[in-house]
Each structure stands twice: as structure tokens, then as C-alpha cells.
Design a protein around this ligand. Structure first.
Ligand SMILES: Nc1nc2c(c(=O)[nH]1)N[C@H]1C(S)=C(S)[C@@H](COP(=O)(O)O)O[C@H]1N2
Ligand SMILES: [Mo]
Length: 356
């Protein structure tokens, strides 16, 4: 196995934006360039914390281990292919998506890659249920944590509670939008954990430990937590370990977009962890809130596309967008600060310039 320090796929500027301080392994999707509901593989954002492994399908092995399994198991891709196939359409959203807006709202940047709205994508993930894979090794009644580990140079790993690991749609994906998983997205196998922060969806899977005791890592105790003056530390963690993602709306426009004045269709997307979006509303400057149209499909755990036709007078405008989900969550007016800049979901605000 060898390691690669960057991203393999081409990164044309029309599809991607490099966040400031993001490093070579992070690029966000330009939502303005998405043609449809799914994010094509060539446009999907990439977030990798370490050099990435170049793995050969033929000798790849997934090791199942831990004191809450009846036996240790080593599985090949051919073994996984014996299991029932499933396909799920789900979002992967980095918990740091929209982190750049902390700097705008609070006058100081939260630590980490300064993502705007594009550290998120929706794909059709095909593979096998994590539950069916773990069953091959016999899961004990009192299993507590499931710790998937990547084969990247830093062995990225973040635990899941057993119930989430055994959920119907927790998937070991072998394919993305009908193609073998691209190397940047975890070839040959990654986890897809519905509605949870992207960091739960471990790429380049190599080992899964199922244990009776907690198996916490840096990635749920020192990062990807809600930490700061308003959040109490919890056990080993510096704050509250993040699980599901909050309700958030996105706008399919570049920053400081220039649009023709007059009647214009505004578009975007909205998503909410494991929930389904019920309403999206838009407001231009200090006008009234107007309901946007929600398009099909509207898949829980993925996103819904919205649109609204607006009259844009020439000049500068601020567009505000807020969404609500079927569980009664809605975007707050203002964020509470957290040090890692995670889960930003205050009412979405973008600048637009309309020209005659
Ligand atoms: N092995 C491994 N898995 C990983 C990561 C990583 O650095 N290493 N990054 C995680 C984070 S923080 C996110 S947001 C998603 C990004 O998935 P993508 O690169 O396929 O868009 O992968 C997750 N899985
Ligand atoms: Mo992430």
C-alpha cells in the first residue's frame, strides 16, 4: 500500500472552491454548478484529514474484531458481495460546513477549514448493510460501540453507538452513483451513516471493532464536538460529541453572485440530518418571508431542492433562507459560538448583485 498526499480527481475551478486554510485535501462543491438532485462524483466535495491510501481491490481485507463479537473475521470484497445489496440516497455533510460564517457573525474565525455552503453532497450509495456484515462475526447482546477505522495514514476512526451501527440504512458503500467508489471517496469501501456528520462515514474501511466498552477517539472527543463557553465538557470529550446534523438551507449561487435584474428564479437545497424538510422560506432584504416551492424527490437523510421566483431590482441585495423539518427543527436567527466551528445553521444569508 502507498499513500497519496492530495486529491486524485481533477479539480476544475468551475466545479470546486478551495476553502482558506483548507489544505490540499479539501475542496467544496460549487452548488451553482449542480445540474440535478444528486451530486455527480466528479463534483462531490472532498474532506480528508490524512494522506490517502491506494488500495488494490484484490487484496483488500476488512477485519472485524472486538470483545463484543463471537469471533474475529477477515472479509474480502468477494465475501461482501455475497450479502444482500442495498442502495440508499443520502447526504454526506461535513460538520464544519458553513464554518466561514462564524467569522462573519462573530468577527473571529472558528478553527478549521473555512467552508462556505459546499461541504455537502448527495449520492446514491450502493453496497451492503453494516448490520449484515457484523452478523457474520456474531454481535453480543451487550455490544456498545462500533468503531470503524480507515486505512489512511492517520487511521481515521470515530465510534458509533450500536443502535446506529445496526440501523437499516447504515451502509458499507462499494459504489457511488452507479460507479465503483472513487479513490477520493474511500475505495474500495466506506461507511455511509445517514443523517450524521460526515466524519461518521469513515472512508477506506480496513477494520471494525465492536466492543462492550466505549471506544472513543480524537474525532469524537477533541474535534467534531460542540465545545466552548456555552457547552459543557462531557466525559473524555472537550464538549458534546456531534451526532446528527442540524436543519440547514443552501443556495445554488456562488458568493456575491451577479444576476440579471428583473424576474429571476432563485434555487437551492435544504437538509436536516435524518429528518425530512417540510418548508423553505426566502426573504429579500427587509421584505416578507415567502414560501419556496419544494421539488421532488424529498428524501429524509438526503436533501430537497427548492426554487422561488423573485423580482430583483438593480443593485445589491441580501437573500435570507430558512428551512424547517418534520421534527419541528428550524434554523435559528443567530448561532451560539463553538470553538471548532461546527454545525453552523443560522438563517442562511447570501449577497446578490442584480445588474440591468
Ligand atoms: N478514513 C477517513 N474517512 C473519512 C475522513 C478521513 O479523513 N479519513 N474524513 C471524514 C470527514 S470529516 C468527512 S466530512 C467525510 C467527507 O467525505 P467525502 O470526502 O467523500 O466527501 O469523510 C469522512 N470520512
Ligand atoms: Mo468533516
Amino acid at each position: 500500500m502507498s499513500y497519496h498526499p492530495g486529491i486524485f480527481k481533477p479539480l476544475p475551478a468551475k466545479y470546486f472552491r478551495h476553502p482558506e486554510e483548507g489544505g490540499a485535501t479539501n475542496v467544496e462543491t460549487r452548488l451553482s454548478r449542480l445540474p440535478g438532485y444528486l451530486t455527480p462524483n466528479r463534483q462531490f466535495f472532498v474532506r480528508s484529514h490524512f494522506d490517502i491510501p491506494e488500495l488494490a481491490a484484490a487484496d483488500w481485507q476488512l477485519t472485524l474484531t472486538g470483545d463484543a463479537l463471537s469471533r474475529e473475521q477477515s472479509l474480502s470484497l468477494a465475501d461482501l458481495e455475497q450479502l444482500p445489496r442495498i442502495s440508499v440516497i443520502r447526504a454526506i455533510e461535513c460538520a464544519g460546513n458553513a464554518r466561514a460564517f462564524f467569522a462573519r457573525d462573530f468577527g473571529k474565525a472558528a478553527e478549521g477549514a473555512q467552508w462556505r455552503l459546499g461541504a455537502v453532497g448527495v449520492a446514491e450509495w450502493s453496497g451492503v448493510r453494516l448490520r449484515d456484515v457484523l452478523a457474520l462475526a456474531g454481535v453480543a447482546e451487550d455490544a456498545f460501540h462500533v468503531l470503524p477505522e480507515g486505512l489512511d495514514s492517520g487511521r481515521f476512526a470515530r465510534p458509533l453507538p450500536i443502535d446506529k451501527a445496526l440501523a437499516d440504512d447504515t451502509t458499507i458503500a462499494l459504489a457511488m452513483n452507479g460507479e465503483p467508489l472513487p479513490i477520493d471517496h474511500g475505495f474500495p469501501a466506506r461507511l455511509v451513516v445517514s443523517g450524521w456528520l460526515g466524519a461518521a462515514s469513515v472512508k477506506w474501511l480496513g477494520r471494525i471493532e465492536v466492543s462492550r466498552e466505549a471506544r472513543n477517539t480524537y474525532w469524537n472527543t477533541k474535534d467534531y464536538t460542540l465545545a466552548g463557553p456555552d457547552y459543557p465538557a462531557e466525559g473524555e470529550a472537550d464538549g458534546i460529541p456531534i451526532t446528527t446534523m442540524p436543519v440547514m438551507s443552501l443556495v445554488d449561487l456562488d458568493d456575491d453572485a451577479r444576476l440579471p435584474a428583473g424576474k429571476t428564479m432563485l434555487r437551492g437545497r435544504a437538509l436536516s440530518g435524518e429528518g425530512q424538510i417540510t418548508d423553505v422560506e426566502c426573504r429579500l432584504d427587509d421584505g416578507d418571508w415567502q414560501a419556496a416551492i419544494l421539488h421532488t424527490p424529498n428524501i429524509a437523510g438526503a436533501w430537497v431542492c427548492w426554487s422561488l421566483t423573485c423580482q430583483l431590482d438593480p443593485g445589491r441585495h441580501v437573500l435570507y433562507v430558512r428551512a424547517r423539518d418534520d421534527r419541528g427543527h428550524e434554523q435559528p436567527e443567530r448561532m451560539v459560538w463553538n470553538d471548532h466551528g461546527c454545525c453552523y445553521n443560522a438563517v442562511t444569508r447570501v449577497n446578490i448583485e442584480a445588474a440591468e
